[in-house]
Design a protein around this ligand. Sequence first.
Ligand SMILES: Cc1cc2nc3c(=O)[nH]c(=O)nc-3n(C[C@H](O)[C@H](O)[C@H](O)COP(=O)(O)OP(=O)(O)OC[C@H]3O[C@@H](n4cnc5c(N)ncnc54)[C@H](O)[C@@H]3O)c2cc1C
Length: 447
Amino acid sequence: MSTLPPLRLPHAEILEDPEILEPYRFDESHVAGDLPLAVVKPKSREDFRELVRVAKAEGFGLVPRGAGTGKAGGCVPRGRVVVVDMGAWPGGIQVSNQNLTLTAPASAWLRDVKSAAEAANLFYPPDPNSWPLCAFGGSLATNAGGPNACKYGMTRHWVLALDALMADGEIHSFGIGSVKANVGPSLAQLLIGSEGILGMITSATVRLIPKPAEFLTLLLPVENFHELLELPGRLCANGFLPSAFEFFDTAVLSELRESGPEEARRLPGKALAILEFDDRGCTSEAFIASLTGALGPVSEHLQLASESRQRDQIWNIRRLTSAFLKERHPKKISEDIVVPRDRIPAFFDGLEKLGIPAVTYGHLGDGNLHVNLLAAGEMEPLELERQVMDLFKLAVGLGGTLSGEHGIGLAKREAFLALSDPGQIELLRGLKRAWDPAGIFNPGKVI
Ligand SMILES: Cc1cc2nc3c(=O)[nH]c(=O)nc-3n(C[C@H](O)[C@H](O)[C@H](O)COP(=O)(O)OP(=O)(O)OC[C@H]3O[C@@H](n4cnc5c(N)ncnc54)[C@H](O)[C@@H]3O)c2cc1C
């Protein structure tokens, strides 16, 4: 059981009852962790100072945790660690119209960050499909991105400055709240996407833009999803940049139609794309006519979501797809590889040649494909491992990567180490040693 010395943190809540600690062994990945020594919810700089001091003295790790929606096992405890639940970290959300910025604590819900921007008629674009459920801090630490990354990029493109707890036990500030700052390499950017291995983000200032005034949301049903693959490029060549270009292949669409939520039962086509535009004037007849022309014959069965209720329904289905497939196939494995858009056809050819029985959906607009091995639970572990590794090698060989959104954590660590340039891994390890010499922050993750 717990070998933790008594923690004397002036303001933090400390949880030690094994029953309460049990859920902290998991996130939304398939990785199960160890029972942590304790869960701590810090509320002050003094709490952090003392926690870091004891962690170094007693040799235990500190695992940052936001809302636990991660899909790579990043906040899952391994070994002798205390989970640091950032949910009680104090602070409010502040929006500045003059600076076009928003500042929020890591504990804020991402949904509240997005709504605060909208309440000021501004827009914070990062939209991981978990935005109603995840924490702002978790979205920064994982560099989250969602459907609109094809137009707006990922979280890191919006972060101007942040505060983070470092290995000296103090909170340091990195960057300033302005788009212009040019004083050497950006340490704030190093912390974005670092999955808690370099320090703990306590708050951040992000850039905002004016809120889009109108949306055109379209369903594009096709007979075969291969018909969709060249469309992102064709649209751009004709001056259209969708704010989302998502797709479901035939197998995923059939599952949704057969047993998905009520709205999903009416989804058209053998395969389907969801397209969205948020340009000024995108709902005009002229825009739609020009778009239809650019899409060509494939637009024959195009359907427009004419009311915001329909738009919400469509996005609701898309957002719930991951959870829905998981419910139907609890042991499925989902990988979120990326290939450059012009290599997507080659990727699907390669998948077929390898004989990997996968179904896919995801973000066609940026080449981030959610490849699901639904029968993973019934496969021999070694065969499953081989197929997943072949999948990663295929993506990397085509100029892509192992993860577009979810990160490395524990789930992809081995593959990341095996498939990366050893020189790059050495540099990363050197960085970790320099920032965290005692190795207290999220030990055993990523590298
Ligand atoms: C249904 C569903 C849909 C999803 N869709 C997407 C998607 O479209 N795009 C996407 O990018 N992700 C997606 N995800 C994954 C996940 O929601 C995101 O990675 C999210 O950003 C994680 O936030 P969290 O607060 O839950 O972080 P957690 O899961 O708690 O933590 C994630 C990682 O960040 C670290 N961490 C957390 N807080 C901090 C902090 N304050 N400082 C330092 N490190 C910290 C943790 O140690 C861990 O390594 C999805 C997940 C689900 C369940």
